[in-house]
Ligand binder design. Structure first.
Ligand code: PGA
Length: 255
């Protein structure tokens, strides 16, 4: 039985003050939820204050990216160890905006995943096809490439403990979510591949999240699919009440 996993990706939204105010409200709204792993990823500058704000709650904090080196002359970058020290327990890696707007490759993703694991952070590894790739019926082969290269060299135990987020690029920020059947097809494929490459136990334990225009109104339908273990939420997570509703709709008893 996989624990549902719901993560907020705030992207470049919210100041430190806004982050702390949100988490105060959100912490109250989800205080009774003990059966969902809940993660919030603020911009880097808010990570430390966010971690302090959720200290006595079940909410975990994530970075939205990291650099694979421990330290060095990499202006503007943040290492896994720095994130961990600031209080993050998770990190999003390979988001499609990093891939398409900042030139991130599958090889970069792989280095970042290894650095995260090495520092004791749980990676949330994003994969997903563009609209063009879907129309050319390349969805599954794109997922295979991103997963094979992105997770190359990891142990079965590492794969069992991380989360993969299936985020079709055409569904991100567009208001057009994948149907639950499209999500389930991709998620089942991802899980099959993880089982094949890392063993049945790793494939069965790894949480596979859906991302792309998740809202309170479509969460239950998506997470009720057998291989959809939760959600990575952008726009709708910026509102504490909406994100708390998404968490509530992901609770095992409610599905
Ligand atoms: P969205 O973003 O929920 O705003 O579509 C999802 C994401 O980019 O992770």
């Amino acid at each position: 039985m996989r624990t549902p996993f719901v993560a907020a990706n705030w992207k470049m939204y919210k100041t430190v003050a806004e982050t702390v105010a949100y988490l105060r409200d959100f912490g109250t709204l989800v205080s009774a939820v003990d059966d969902v792993e809940i993660v919030v990823a603020p911009p880097f500058v808010g990570v430390h204050a966010a971690a302090e704000a959720v200290r006595d709650t079940r909410v975990g904090i994530a970075g939205q990216d990291l650099h694979w080196e421990r330290e060095g002359a990499f202006t503007g970058e943040i290492s896994a160890g720095m994130l961990k020290e600031a209080g993050a327990r998770y990190v999003i890696i390979g988001h499609s905006e990093r891939r398409t707007k900042f030139g991130e490759t599958d090889e970069h993703v792989n280095r970042k995943v290894k650095a995260a694991v090495g520092a004791g952070l749980t990676p949330i590894v994003c994969v997903g096809e563009t609209l063009e790739e879907r129309e050319r019926e390349q969805t599954l082969s794109v997922l295979d490439r991103q997963l094979r290269l992105g997770l190359d060299g990891l142990s079965a135990d590492t794969v069992a403990a991380l989360a993969v987020a299936y985020e079709p690029v055409w569904a991100i920020g567009t208001g057009r979510n994948a149907t639950s059947a499209q999500a389930q097809e991709a998620h089942a494929h991802i899980r099959d591949r993880l089982r094949e490459w890392f063993g049945a136990e790793a494939g069965d334990s790894c949480r596979v999240l859906y991302g792309g225009s998740v809202k309170p109104a479509n969460t239950r339908e998506l997470v009720s699919q057998a291989d959809v273990d939760g959600a990575l939420v952008g726009g709708a997570s910026l509102d504490a009440k909406a994100f708390a509703e998404i968490v509530a709709a992901s609770r095992p008893g409610r599905i």
